[in-house]
Design a protein around this ligand. Structure first.
Ligand SMILES: *Cc1c(COP(=O)(O)O)cnc(C)c1O
Length: 389
């Protein structure tokens, strides 16, 4: 019998999810209905943010957030080289230059000290990424930003459900306590899914209004925002150059049901990470990232580093042949041909990111995974490492 394939991530869809989507499909609205606002309100309630704007995907969320922050030609933004390309692409899409600041090898997150070195008078946004779910040092990042009137947009695509302690208080990622905006992704491998989907969170009403406008072609019908108020009730105005980044009502029906399960999903992810940690503790072949006392990660990903990176290709292939969907997160942004061609980045520009990348492996992690699956992953991994060393 062929063994089942264990992917690195996978959605969890229950009967209640299916029921909610079917109900939405039978309603009068497919897109732009009442469930969009209901989903936005539910995520606000969960994270503690004041406003939310649901959009077509996480990449769209990053794009409209940059537009709302006023990012444009001649500006610069700073993000991490160890992230999904969308965290940097959103700046390039606005005509700005994506600048990268190297990671801290202990946290794998952007190093605030490196950010400080990269700030110039053109820097308009900082986009810290809570890599794997581990919260960045937001207090420090917000201090750097405030000194120069730079806007902070948290890429929280990995971190819905993560928490950190600051000033004695536990806060959820997405509360925007130390940022102007935060973005989420609801891609199926993320914590909760709407198929495709994303969201921008903010505590600032002006950003909220701008985000709403950018989500739908740059158009507003809001009486408070219209420049020309002499027209009739049909009247709408296009005030900015926006896109159609709307999400559908039936996707939000799914999102609302998924959110109800988030705490259970996070608990299961943390339980599996603890098990992985215990199973790998005896081995001297890997480096694991520790969780500090003042953060609680929701673990979108579980990454390890091989002490001997030279065997990674073989280990990867061997694990795949045994039905285990290892991944590598991520190819550093600056090494992609678009970035070398367009912005002149080179090998060697971000040594910590490159060193991490050479050794990195992502092990499977998702709520439907069993303890047996995790044990099989580690057993197979140990065997593969031994074989190829
Ligand atoms: C998934 C992801 C995104 C983009 O989200 P999509 O919904 O796939 O567009 C952005 N940033 C990071 C760090 C991600 O992991």
């Amino acid at each position: 019998m062929k063994k089942k394939f264990i992917p690195y991530g996978h959605q969890w869809i229950g009967q209640d999810d299916i029921k909610a989507v079917v109900k939405a499909l039978k309603s009068d609205w497919l897109t732009q209905g009442p469930l969009i606002k209901a989903f936005e309100d539910a995520v606000c309630k969960y994270t503690g943010a004041k406003y939310a704007v649901a959009v077509a995907n996480g990449t769209a969320a990053l794009h409209v957030a940059c537009l709302a922050a006023g990012l444009g030609r001649g500006d610069e933004g700073i993000t991490s080289p160890i992230t999904f390309v969308a965290s940097a692409n959103c700046m390039a899409l606005c005509g700005a230059r994506p600048v990268l600041a190297d990671i801290d090898p202990d946290t794998l997150n952007i190093d605030p000290g490196e950010v400080e070195k990269k700030v110039t008078e053109r820097t308009k946004v900082l986009i810290p990424v809570h890599f794997t779910g581990r919260p960045c040092d937001m207090e420090r990042i917000s201090l750097i930003a405030k000194k120069r009137n730079i806007k902070v947009i948290e890429d929280a695509a990995h971190a819905l459900g993560s928490q950190y302690r600051s000033g004695g208080r536990w806060m959820k990622v997405g509360s925007c306590e130390y940022s102007d905006m935060a973005i989420l992704s609801f891609h199926p491998v993320k914590h909760i899914t709407t198929g495709e989907g994303g969201m921008v969170l903010t505590n600032n009403k002006e950003y909220y209004e701008q985000l709403m406008i950018y989500r739908t072609h740059g158009i507003t019908k809001s009486q408070d925002l219209l420049r020309n108020t002499d027209e009739g009730e049909w009247y709408y105005e296009m005030q900015k150059l926006g896109l159609n980044y709307r999400i559908t009502d039936f996707q939000c029906a799914l999102g609302i049901e998924q959110l109800k399960k988030l705490e259970r999903f996070v608990a299961k992810r943390r339980e599996l990470v603890k098990l992985y940690g215990d199973l790998l503790a005896g081995s001297d072949k890997f480096t694991l990232v520790k969780e500090p006392q003042d953060t609680r990660s929701s673990y979108h990903l579980f990454v390890i580093m091989l002490k001997n990176p030279d065997i990674r290709k073989q280990v990867y292939r061997e694990m795949r042949s045994k039905g285990i969907g290892l991944q590598v997160h991520y190819v550093p942004v600056h090494l992609h041909p678009y970035y070398t061609d367009t912005f002149g980045y080179r090998h060697g520009d971000y040594p910590n990111a490159e060193k991490y990348y050479r050794a990195a492996l992502t092990l499977p992690l998702f709520p439907a995974m069993t303890r047996k699956d995790a044990e099989y992953v580690v057993k197979t991994l140990n065997t593969a490492v031994k074989k190829h060393e």
